[in-house]
Structure formats: structure tokens, C-alpha cells
Design a protein around this ligand. Structure first.
Ligand SMILES: Nc1c(NC[C@H](O)[C@H](O)[C@H](O)CO)[nH]c(=O)[nH]c1=O
Ligand SMILES: CC(=O)[C@@H](O)COP(=O)(O)O
Length: 160
């Protein structure tokens, strides 16, 4: 288990960013925790940023919606948020793998950071720790990764 959250990026000048959050309704209590924490952290790190929320029915549907969002070319980063809980069959693993691969492909195809916090978890204890509590919160982690990546992309595109 990783308890090392990425360091909070420092606040910088007046660049404004637009973020899209693509979140799934399955296991909604936990996903809502990710959404709320990610949104709060985005606003703390980038006051004045805009955040657009798109809901998918389940994690498996997140990549298509993330792709449609990426095609708009108006977001500086896309945060994919979902909770897949291991069931009795291989279904959860298959979803986890497909989603992870698809999100990476979308990120590279559209040159936009796609933050993968579609969590493949063993049980609700893990979900509570990562979605509702603060120490391991993956919504906060997603926001930090999104801001850090968006800033770096902007710097590379404008300066190199
Ligand atoms: N079991 C979980 C699912 N399953 C639903 C799929 O994501 C998908 O919506 C369905 O197979 C239709 O294509 N989704 C989650 O987000 N979390 C789960 O634990
Ligand atoms: C329907 C699902 O996506 C998921 O609940 C699968 O659970 P299980 O592996 O127990 O069939």
C-alpha cells in the first residue's frame, strides 16, 4: 500500500486551467468521495479553474466518455474516477485492465493528461480509506497529478 501522496504542487501565477472529471455511478458513495476531494483540491491548487463533471454508469464506460471529452481539446487534464470492487468472478479484473489501458491510449492519442484513479479494490475497507478518508485519499492524489501534469504540459508546449 502506498501512503506517499505526491507532494502538493506549489501555487503559481495566473494561468487558468479547465479540468474534466469523468466519474462512474457504480459504488457511488465512494466515487462521490473521490469527486468531492478532487474538486476541493483542484480549487485550492488552481483557484479560478473550471471543473466539468461527466457521469458514466460504470467504470467500463469511463474511457469512451473520456475520449469524447479529449476530442473537444479544451481541457488541460481529464480525471477518471471510479471504484471497481472485486466480486466472485474475473469481471472486476477485466474491467480494471481494459480501463487502465484505454485511458493511457487516450492520453497519448490526444496529448492530454488523463489521470487514472479508477481504483480496483479488494473490499469496502480499502474503498473507505482511499475515497472517504484523508490519509490515502486518491481524489486528492488525482487533483495533484492533474495540476502538476497540466502545468508541465503548458510549460513544454509554450517554451520548448
Ligand atoms: N462491478 C463494477 C462495475 N461493473 C459495471 C461495469 O463497469 C459496466 O458498467 C457494465 O459491465 C456494463 O458495461 N462498475 C464499476 O464501476 N465498479 C464495479 O465494482
Ligand atoms: C456486475 C458486475 O460488474 C460485478 O458486480 C461483477 O461481480 P461478480 O464478479 O461477483 O459477478
Amino acid at each position: 500500500m502506498s501512503s506517499a501522496q505526491p507532494i502538493r504542487p506549489r501555487m503559481v501565477g495566473k494561468a487558468t486551467f479547465s479540468f474534466a472529471l469523468v466519474a462512474s455511478q457504480y459504488n457511488q458513495e465512494y466515487v462521490q468521495g473521490l469527486v468531492t476531494h478532487a474538486h476541493q483540491e483542484l480549487n485550492e491548487l488552481e483557484p479560478g479553474c473550471t471543473a466539468t463533471l461527466v457521469w458514466a454508469p460504470g467504470a467500463f464506460e469511463i474511457p469512451l466518455l473520456a475520449k469524447l471529452v479529449a476530442e473537444k481539446k479544451k481541457y488541460n487534464a481529464i480525471l477518471a474516477l471510479g471504484v471497481v470492487l472485486q466480486g466472485a468472478t474475473a469481471h472486476a479484473d477485466l474491467i480494471g485492465r481494459a480501463v487502465t489501458d484505454s485511458l493511457q491510449r487516450i492520453s497519448l492519442e490526444y496529448s492530454v493528461p488523463v489521470i487514472n484513479e479508477v481504483l480496483l479494490l479488494q473490499n469496502e475497507d480499502q474503498a473507505r480509506q482511499r475515497c472517504l478518508e484523508l490519509e490515502l485519499n486518491r481524489g486528492i492524489e488525482a487533483a495533484r497529478a492533474a495540476v502538476s501534469s497540466a502545468r508541465t504540459v503548458r510549460e513544454i508546449v509554450s517554451k520548448l
